[in-house]
Design a protein around this ligand. Structure first.
Ligand code: NAD
Length: 239
């Protein structure tokens, strides 16, 4: 039980990668708060569903106060909520840019600004920002998404420096998945996915469970000397 006694918040926990992370963490002994803009419906023991939009700063403040009042502490934060609004640069509207930045970048800033200080005060904590292979290498039609996913890597490095000052054992890392079988991928046509499968050394898309296991490693004490790192989990896509 690698997260026994820990309280973990997972954003975007209603479906996809976030949902599997929440369930994996609960099986490892954590009390998990799965928060999403639509209320997550969990029957899994140890997972509690909350509704909040990561762009809503006032709502997040009330959410964190509620969590601290109910569960007493936050040991782990997984910044996973994310969206895409794809288009070539010439066709990308300001709304597409703003929405993706608001959720994927500012949403991570919003919640970490509330949870980070709690972790510093308690002297321990682990935060993982979910980035993407697109944040590491860029992608056609994803100027907005690539910028945000590169941004969360840089934010994790900055917080790894800030949060460990004055002796606090607060680690901050990011995790960059390759292409993973989730709802998000259902919008991507096979003519795009087939070449990705071919370029991936392991010859397939990843499964959410494979991201959850890597996230568990970073969140747990098994990664006790790892901070400011970005872990690529992509089946060898970029070799
Ligand atoms: P998904 O669309 O299946 O799930 C995302 C969840 O985030 C949804 O439940 C959604 O309701 C929630 N969400 C969206 N906006 C929100 C907001 N403003 N506030 C709160 N919750 C919000 O996506 P996924 O494939 O599970 O992706 C999860 C994360 O992994 C994202 O950050 C994504 O960018 C990243 N990622 C995914 C892939 C992939 O191939 N699926 C690859 C690399 C990175």
């Amino acid at each position: 039980m690698r997260l026994s006694g820990k309280t973990a918040i997972v954003t975007g926990g209603a479906q996809g990668i976030g949902r599997v992370i929440a369930e994996t963490f609960a099986r490892e002994g954590a009390t998990v708060i799965a928060v999403d803009m639509t209320k997550p419906d969990y029957t899994c023991e140890g997972v509690f569903g909350y509704t909040c939009n990561v762009t809503d700063r006032e709502g997040l403040k009330a959410f964190v106060e509620d969590i601290v009042g109910t569960f007493g502490k936050v040991d782990v934060l997984i910044n996973n909520a994310g969206i895409t609004r794809d288009g070539l640069l010439q066709k990308m509207t300001e709304e597409m840019w703003d929405l993706v930045c608001d959720v994927n970048l500012k949403g991570v800033f919003n919640l970490t600004q509330l949870v980070g200080p709690l972790m510093i005060d308690q002297g321990t904590g682990s935060i993982v920002n979910i980035s993407s292979v697109v944040g590491e290498y860029g992608n056609v039609g994803q100027t907005n998404y690539a910028a945000t996913k590169a941004g969360v890597i840089a934010m994790a490095k900055s917080w790894a420096k800030e949060f460990a000052r004055k002796g606090a054992n607060v680690r901050v890392n990011s995790l960059a998945p390759g292409y993973i079988n989730t709802e998000m991928m259902k919008t991507v046509p096979d003519k795009v996915l087939d070449p990705i499968r071919r370029k991936t050394m392991l010859g397939r898309l990843g499964e959410p469970e494979e991201i959850a296991k890597a996230c568990l490693f970073l969140a747990s004490d098994e990664a006790s000397f790892i901070t400011g790192h970005c872990l690529s989990v992509n089946g060898g896509l970029r070799l």
